[in-house]
Design a binder for this molecule. Structure first.
Ligand code: PLP
Length: 415
């Protein structure tokens, strides 16, 4: 059976070039980057040059790059490393659980936490951040792109507000990295988190940008690795893989630099067109709509009703993501039905798979529980094809029709 993977926001496969770059560091150049012999030096050199690549990716100094185990560690480090009892933290209600659970723990330890709610469009209003700032606000942490809706947040404006208020600013850029250009100077942040496996690199490795002089305490203590900011023997193959993924992502995002860059930049535009075609096709099904965007009514389509949306402007989103509600069915049932037809998508956040709780992101955007539970995220790989979209557009309407015919939600018996 044909399989179409449309769950790139959960994780991505390695690009072949990434695999090739990592290969020598498992067996041939296996040394410990802290050892002084040749084997260690080879590993150390690889970590150094990976750091230089990441510095370019972030637009920062090499010394401001800290390698770690991925997005969860990076997010945890920002909160646990910067906050102390008595401090105030501002974050948002739509963050990933790597931030929300860390915020909850800090809340139990004497940090006051404000969760700013998004607008129904999924956007965080910078004015709301400004309104909640206080003299004790030590940290503002806002994501670059939401993992469920793909909505890009106005982080430059938020950064200005945080700095003017004397607070540190952390960005969870896990879902933005590789999809939009990262530039920590322009973003005006003190810390930023990325994860390799969301950008065609290996799982279990990531990096923090930590602006020079930011007094973040290390999460892990032990050896003096990463300039005492993150103890533990370096994951050399993983770091090399992250750097290769970052290098390829940078090339993909540079539109105007040379023939190859231009071709790659067009790749993302192609992806956005594919996503838009997928979205428009699904919206032909009655009783459907997009979460996290304003779209004009599609002429002749019976379903989408955007009258409840306060925004009349399109909301910026990453190119690969759409999140769609389907009235009168359970999203989980649709995920399973599509999986049986070879299509991998997810309802809500993958980290909550198995749980039937509706997505906290969609609830925060004002969806009721039924509609939040009926929502699915389609997140396309960069290698997605027209044929993939054709196939999904063939199986989704069939599955929806079948499920609605038997759905207890449709019959009004499920709360
Ligand atoms: N932040 C966001 C926005 C994410 O989407 C994820 C993963 O889904 C994470 C953090 C956690 O990253 P990792 O899986 O590398 O721990």
């Amino acid at each position: 059976m044909k399989r179409v993977y449309m769950d790139a926001n959960a994780t991505t496969p390695l690009l072949p070039e990434v695999m090739e770059a990592m290969r020598p560091y498992w067996i041939d150049h296996f040394g410990n980057a802290s050892s002084i012999h040749l084997d260690g030096q080879l590993a150390h050199t690889a970590v150094d040059s990976s750091r230089a690549t990441l510095a370019e990716f972030f637009n920062c100094h090499d010394a401001e790059v800290v390698f770690n185990s991925g997005g969860t560690e990076g997010d945890n480090t920002a909160l646990f490393g910067l906050l102390r009892p008595g401090d105030h933290l501002i974050t948002t209600a739509i963050e990933h659980s790597a931030i929300l659970a860390a915020a909850e723990r800090m809340g139990q330890r004497g940090v006051e936490v404000t969760y700013v709610a998004p607008q129904p469009s999924g956007l965080i209003d910078p004015a709301e951040i400004e309104r909640t700032l206080r003299p004790e606000t030590r940290l503002v942490s806002v994501m670059l792109a939401n993992n469920e809706t793909g909505v890009l947040q106005p982080i430059e404006e938020i950064g200005k507000i945080a700095r003017a208020g004397g607070a540190f600013f952390h960005i969870d850029a896990v879902q933005g990295a590789g999809k939009v250009l990262i530039d920590v100077r322009r973003f005006g942040c003190h810390m930023l988190t990325i994860s390799a496996h969301k950008m065609y690199g290996p799982k279990g490795v990531g990096a923090n940008f930590v602006r020079r002089g930011t007094p973040v305490e290390s999460l892990l203590v032990g050896g003096g690795h990463e300039r005492r900011r993150r103890a533990g023997t370096e994951n050399v193959p993983g770091i090399v893989g992250l750097a290769k993924a970052a290098e390829l992502a940078m090339r993909g995002l540079e539109d105007e630099t040379g023939a190859e860059g231009a071709r790659e930049g067009e790749e993302l535009a192609r992806l956005a067109r594919l996503r838009d075609r997928l979205e428009a096709g699904i919206l032909q099904i009655p009783g459907t709509g997009v979460n996290g965007a304003h779209f004009p009514q599609i002429p002749g389509a019976p379903g989408p009703d955007f009258r409840t949306w306060e925004s009349t402007n399109p909301v910026p989103r990453v190119a690969n993501t759409t999140n769609i509600w389907f009235d009168n069915l359970e999203g989980e049932a649709l995920v399973i039905a599509l999986d049986l037809k070879g299509v991998a998508v997810s309802g809500g956040s993958a980290c909550h798979s198995g749980a039937t709780d509706p997505s906290h992101v969609l609830l925060a955007m004002g969806l009721d529980k039924l509609r939040a539970r009926s929502s699915l995220r389609f997140s396309l790989l960069r290698t997605a094809t027209e044929a993939d979209v054709d196939y999904v557009l063939q199986v989704v309407p069939e599955a929806v029709e079948r499920l609605r015919a038997i759905s207890p939600v449709a019959a009004g018996t499920a709360g």
